[in-house]
Design a protein around this ligand. Structure first.
Ligand SMILES: [Fe+2]
Length: 215
């Protein structure tokens, strides 16, 4: 019998970490091995949510607890689809579940011109990631990035954030001017795919997860 590490086990492990750690780097480091197990789940993103939308990347809320202590979100990237350069203002782990993506990381720094508030955006790193790779974000040091799928196949990424990212007020950046524009990027689905309060205990046999799927 296959033992499946699913969202219920992940929530148990993540809540234990959140109970003892508040530093974003520490949360990321401690949560990463559990997130890796979650990412290994071949059923994590249900079949119905694996197709790209024609016009832009799709953002599906997989799960969030009722207290919004964290959220688990799937993004589906068609070939060539891209997300503008943005921040998160909370910690986040970004895992590639299927396919591959390209992540460009930026630093935003104040320019001292004496007259008005001005910033510059500097590209500091480009990373190509494939299935099983995990990246992370946290403010203020490593929070600004752009993500795209430059490949020929659909990519699916699964992210966990330290709040409901679909309600989080954050910013999109103009790469030339470094101007910041406030934004809330809402999930495509109003209700999470896996309902809060319906998660089973740890170590659930494959195919009998007990998770209640909605939509
Ligand atoms: Fe992001």
């Amino acid at each position: 019998m296959t033992i499946r590490y699913g969202l219920a086990a992940f929530e148990n492990d993540l809540r234990a970490i959140l109970g003892r750690a508040s530093d974003f780097r520490q949360i990321i480091e401690e949560a990463r091995p559990f997130f890796r197990q979650l990412l290994d789940d071949d059923e994590l993103v249900p079949e119905a949510y694996r197709q790209p939308l024609p016009d832009k990347y799709a953002q599906y809320l997989l799960y969030k607890p009722e207290d919004n202590a964290f959220s688990v979100v799937a993004f589906v990237w068609g070939p060539g689809q891209t997300a503008p350069v943005h921040d998160h203002l909370t910690w986040g782990l970004v895992g590639v579940w299927r396919g591959g993506i390209e992540e460009k990381r930026y630093h935003r720094t104040r320019i001292e011109d004496g007259r008005q508030e001005a910033y510059k955006l500097q590209e500091v790193q480009t990373v190509r990631a494939s299935q099983g790779d995990i990246s992370y974000v946290y403010p203020p040091d490593r929070d600004i990035h752009g993500v795209s799928n430059p490949f020929d196949d659909t990519a699916i990424t699964v992210h966990v954030y330290g709040t409901d990212i679909g309600q989080q007020q954050r910013f999109i950046y103009d790469t030339d001017s470094a101007d910041a524009r406030p934004v809330v990027t809402r999930h495509a689905n109003a209700q999470p795919i896996y309902a809060a309060g319906a998660l089973p205990d740890r170590d659930v046999p494959a195919g009998r997860s007990g998770l209640r799927k909605e939509g």
